[in-house]
Design a protein around this ligand. Structure first.
Ligand code: HPA
Length: 276
């Protein structure tokens, strides 16, 4: 058995003391998007430091707990607090929880994040459903010996975000009168925000928004055959000719103010999604 699978089994052993149920839906909550937690029927909360081999969150605005519970009667496993490349974690550490989720039964992974927008039609506080991404992290969680038991050496990425879930989310947003864009997310390492020249570059290569997360988790989820749905909250406008200094508090505040519509969309999506 590979080292990774051994580690996962040791982590699972601890989680299975809390629950032996299957969890078909995994959720990664991003910056300021913790409000969804209030909608979870929480059955168990496990601090990350209780789980062997789990990385520990270092960012103040992130809690570090794995929550097991129900949303709309469906079992969900939720990461309250995620790991970023800029914190110094390796790609494999960042994505370890997603590997673990697979063994808990996750088939659909829902990811939320905060981002800056380069697309001129977007505004602070808007939501963007992620249709595709560009990996500018200059690293990849799949580098190294392939774990053949978990997925293929060269995973396909022609539909990294489930078209079916995107369509369903767009339909729900229409019904609820929630404005959503659909576009391309580019992941950069951070932690500094970008220069004007970098925003111009990111826009020119086809990205609508930029952030510092989501792509590693998405790659590993695709490697293991999960369906992924991702949504970004625009927390700052990155238009080079009019770039204003951004502070973390502003980002968190923008994410918090957009959060009710994001939560409402997520809840309905979970209610209506088909799990096969
Ligand atoms: N750049 C990168 N990441 C971000 C930004 C940004 O402007 N806003 C929120 N996350």
């Amino acid at each position: 058995m590979s080292n990774l699978i051994n580690k996962i089994k040791e982590s699972l052993e601890v989680i299975r003391k809390f629950s032996t149920e299957k969890y078909p839906i995994g959720i990664i909550l991003g910056t300021g998007l913790g409000g969804l937690v209030k909608e979870i029927e929480i059955e168990h909360q496990i601090n990350y430091d209780q789980i062997p081999h789990f990385p520990i969150s270092t960012v103040e605005s992130h809690h570090g707990r794995l929550i097991l519970g129900k949303v709309s009667g469906k079992n969900v496993v939720v990461m309250q607090g995620r790991f970023h490349f800029y914190e110094g974690y390796s790609m494999k550490e960042i994505t370890y929880p997603v590997r673990l989720m697979k063994f808990l039964g996750v088939k659909i992974l829902l990811i939320s994040n905060a981002c800056g927008c380069m697309n001129r039609d977007y505004r602070k506080g808007d939501l963007m459903i992620i249709e595709d991404h560009i990996n500018l992290l200059c690293d990849n969680p799949l580098i190294g010996k392939n774990e053949d038991e978990l997925g293929p050496r060269f995973p396909d990425m022609s539909e990294p975000y489930s078209k079916e879930l995107i369509n369903l989310a767009q339909k729900i947003a229409d019904e609820k009168n929630i404005k959503v864009h659909t576009g391309v997310y580019v992941a950069v390492p951070g932690p500094n925000l970008e220069t004007k020249a970098e925003y111009k570059f990111l826009s020119a290569i086809g990205a609508d928004v930029v952030g510092m997360s989501t792509v590693p988790e998405n790659i590993v989820a695709n490697h293991m055959g999960m369906k992924v749905f991702g949504i970004s909250i625009v927390t700052d406008e990155c238009f080079p000719e009019n770039l204003k200094p951004v502070v973390l508090e502003d980002i968190i505040q923008a994410a918090n103010s957009a959060e009710p519509k994001m939560t409402s969309l997520f809840l309905e999506l979970i209610e209506r999604m088909q799990i096969d």
